[in-house]
Design a binder for this molecule. Structure first.
Ligand code: ZN
Length: 350
């Protein structure tokens, strides 16, 4: 164990920047990374404000943070694709790579998967972390640490776009213009959608999303989404619907939005079980897909940033110093509609 400074969630509502003992021995196949930038995620904030997410309960002090980029400082035995000095980002989920799910390529749904900042596993808002080299990805020179820390949420968008099986020219609808909703909209456009209709209650969020060409905002405080989708698609419906709000209200009219034979991708999770109109789903012969985090998306996300196909830099609303981590979280708790992504910077330079 090594004593390091970290942002520790002591218990619900209590965050502290303090020293904590973390295992930092570099075993075979592992790398040690000096953390540079960490994004603040809705799940980190939820553990802070609620102390739990579903079955995952904060019973012991836990380091927060899972959207991270940094620099390799040490490599373990057998690691050949990384060396000290490499700039990298990391997948926060570690499966048992020999499990049945992993062997099927579905390592994200391996029952044994552990995930940073999901109790009881520590996150990475700390100076250094040891991680499997196979889940550590080199960043090209033209991808910054800040963008590297955006790979994690963007991977969720890519997973959703891939599940949708987008065909070039598709029209998509994204319900919810939070960070993940915007990531999905951008992944869907990059995946070939001609246009993405994005719906939310907050004009500020819609305004940020609509700065990207191809994204059409619909404020559902003012307009009826079903009518808008019907109008924009000449009563045919959209090819793909992404539910990214988690609101039970969205489910009341969700199945009116897809065209016959269309697809619904469920990303947002309602807290309670939700009623679903199966006869309408069946009449339209809809395909329903679900998303749990992501698998195999990091290299794709990195290539899209490097090629300039996707630019997430405008979504980084503010960057806080590590010493101001608690301030960053309290700002996230405020939930300002103009904030998309807040980041915390531990390293020097960009
Ligand atoms: Zn996240």
């Amino acid at each position: 164990m090594t004593k390091v400074r970290a942002l520790v969630l002591e218990r619900q509502h209590e965050l502290r920047l303090r020293d904590i003992d973390l295992p930092l021995d570099v075993g075979p196949g592992m790398v040690k990374i000096a953390i540079h930038t960490v994004g603040v995620c809705g799940s980190d904030v939820h553990y802070y404000t609620h102390g739990r997410i579903g079955p995952f309960v904060v019973n012991d002090p836990m380091v927060l943070g899972h959207e991270a980029a940094g620099t390799v400082v040490e490599v373990g035995e057998g690691v050949t694709h990384l060396k000290p000095g490499d700039r990298v980002c990391m997948e926060p989920g570690i499966p048992d790579i020999n499990s049945r799910a992993s062997r099927l390529g579905l390592y994200n749904v391996d029952p044994a998967v552990t995930f940073w900042a999901t109790p009881p596993i520590h996150g990475v808002l700390t100076s250094e972390v040891v991680h499997p080299a196979n889940f550590t990805f080199k960043l090209p020179d033209n991808v910054s640490f800040a963008e590297g820390a955006m790979v994690e949420p963007f991977a969720v968008g890519l997973q959703a776009a891939q599940k949708a099986r987008i065909v070039p020219g598709d029209t998509a609808v994204v319900i919810g213009a939070g960070p993940i909703g915007i990531m999905i909209a951008l992944a869907a456009l990059a995946g070939g959608c001609a246009r993405v209709i994005i719906a939310d209650l907050f004009a500020e969020k819609l305004e940020i999303a609509a700065r990207y060409p191809g994204i059409l905002p619909v404020n559902i405080r003012e307009k009826n989404l079903s009518q808008e989708v019907a109008r924009l698609t000449e009563d045919w419906g959209a090819d793909v619907i992404f539910e990214a709000s988690g609101s039970p209200k969205a489910w009341e009219t969700l199945l009116q939005l897809p065209r016959p034979g269309g697809c619904v991708v469920v990303v947002g999770l309602p807290v309670d079980p939700t009623l679903m109109d199966w006869s309408l789903a069946s009449t339209k012969e809809l395909r329903i897909e679900t998303v749990f985090r992501y698998a195999h998306q990091y290299p794709r996300a990195i290539q899209m940033f490097a090629s300039g196909k996707v630019d997430l830099k405008p979504l980084i609303s503010e960057t806080f110093a590590f010493e101001d981590s608690v301030k960053a979280f309290d700002r996230a708790v405020e939930g300002r509609p103009t904030d998309v992504k807040l980041q915390i910077r531990l390293g020097e330079n960009a």
